[in-house]
Design a protein around this ligand. Structure first.
Ligand SMILES: *Cc1c(COP(=O)(O)O)cnc(C)c1O
Length: 423
């Protein structure tokens, strides 16, 4: 498949007159179409709700768009809870799926009426001590251990992951929670990340549904929802076949009919916490070629760096690159595309075949809409970029301004920082 950027060279040339590179830009039209498709794919389930994983793209303008399609927020920290609150998201639309959770964050989530998804058996006690009495609704994260296998091999390694209750802890935990007055139970698991196959959710659902039936039978717990969490992936590489959310929804429906309905659990709500699938393909990092270097390899230096997009440096992740205006040119040059950090892993691409790049060319780094800007940091004193929204009518809205040096220095409260420094 030919991966085409959602902005053209002439659009970018217009945008940079107001917002210089680098910046992340998001495609409103495509975000909406995808959110609508997710909603329709699970419409068979009356209680279905997608809790968007805020950590993927913590921008209120973008989350507000998803809210129109019935989405809630999945939060992993206090500031993410606060962001949901700032958006006016009601408590039952907020999932708090956190781990190694500070007491203060549990208290905050409880106070705002968020649904708490416990990561560990000992957190039952910890939560009770923190807030006095367990809430009426409580969920547990399950980790069956071992490896998560599908027809095309091992997908991930839950046995090596820090998250969740073991099977025994889950059954024991449900009994204790029930004794302590919990009335509405949830079950959650996240067993494989960035799965590019329509099989993942249905396979995970089958495993969770079977456990849910047993939990219900053995403990009498009233299971209200099963949360398939995140992990639905996107095709970062051009030769990958994208997931079909309708096929995924239909696959989950089949196992629901097979396992939950016959057990008298046909009223269980299905929840999801997708991040990557909701936003990943609909964001891009736009950057400009500012240096070319011919040494032991051919390098193109751009004005973005790992601070703007960490995934290649952190995981060696592939992000497709298009040179704007050269979409159809032959890729007959082999480059390392680098940022400016004093870290040799600050490379957006290694040995990538691209068209010949000239200084001033704009490069679109694809699929940065989730876990892109959000993972940003400030190493080397580099500042975070702006985020822009390409609206449905073709206009561009600034949805987060770029950081300034003042933002970077803002926490030196105890030092007279501006005595010698003049802006
Ligand atoms: C990161 C995360 C998600 C979102 O994962 P994606 O792969 O972006 O869909 C959902 N739930 C939890 C608990 C997470 O930690």
């Amino acid at each position: 498949m030919n991966k085409k950027p959602f902005v053209t060279k002439s659009q970018v040339e217009e945008i940079v007159k107001t917002y210089p590179t680098p910046f992340h830009i998001y495609d409103e039209k495509a975000i909406r179409a995808n959110a609508q498709a997710v909603k329709e794919a699970f419409a068979w389930n009356k209680g279905f709700r997608e809790y968007f994983a805020v950590k993927a793209t913590p921008n209120p303008f973008l989350i507000d768009i998803l809210r129109e399609y019935g989405c809630g927020c999945d939060c992993s920290s206090k500031t993410e809870l606060m962001l949901s609150e700032a958006l006016g998201v009601p408590g039952e639309f907020v999932m708090f799926s956190s781990n190694d959770t500070p007491a203060e964050e549990f208290a905050y989530a409880n106070k705002m009426g968020a649904i708490i998804n416990l990561d560990d058996f000992t957190h039952i006690d910890f939560l009770e001590k923190t807030i006095g009495k367990l809430p009426e609704t409580l969920s547990c994260r399950y980790n069956p251990g071992g490896v998560f296998k599908m027809s095309n091999g091992i997908m991930d390694n839950p046995g090596d992951a820090k998250y969740g209750f073991t099977t025994e802890q889950l059954f024991e935990g449900y009994k204790i929670m029930k004794e302590k007055g919990v009335k509405n139970f949830g079950l959650h698991a996240f067993l494989a990340s960035n799965t590019v196959t329509n099989e993942y959710y249905p396979m995970l659902a089958k495993q969770l549904f079977e456990v849910a039936v047993k939990l219900h039978e053995e403990t009498g717990a009233d299971i209200k929802f099963i949360n398939l969490s995140g992990g639905v992936g996107i095709p970062y590489k051009p030769d990958q076949e994208p997931n079909d959310i309708r096929a995924i929804g239909e696959g989950v429906r089949k196992v629901y009919e097979e396992i939950l309905v016959p057990a008298g659990m046909g009223d269980v709500a299905i929840y999801t916490e997708m991040g990557r699938f909701m936003m990943g393909p609909y964001g891009a990092l736009v950057t400009k070629a500012i240096h070319e270097k011919h040494t032991h390899k051919e390098y193109i230096g751009v004005d973005a760096c790992a601070v703007n997009l960490m995934r290649p440096a952190m995981y060696g992740a592939y992000h497709h690159i298009t040179v704007l205006g050269k979409e159809d040119a032959v890729c007959d040059h082999k480059y390392d595309v680098t940022g400016s950090l004093c870290e040799n892993n600050d490379k957006f691409a290694v040995d990538r075949m691209l068209p010949e790049i000239e200084m001033g060319d704009y490069l679109v780094i694809h699929d940065t809409g989730a876990h892109g800007f959000a993972m940003g940091y400030n190493y080397n004193g580099k500042l975070k970029s702006a985020e822009l929204l390409l609206k449905e009518d073709g206009s561009v809205q600034l949805i987060r301004r770029a950081e300034t040096p003042k933002d970077y220095f803002a926490t030196f409260d105890q030092f007279d920082f501006y005595k010698n420094l003049k802006f």
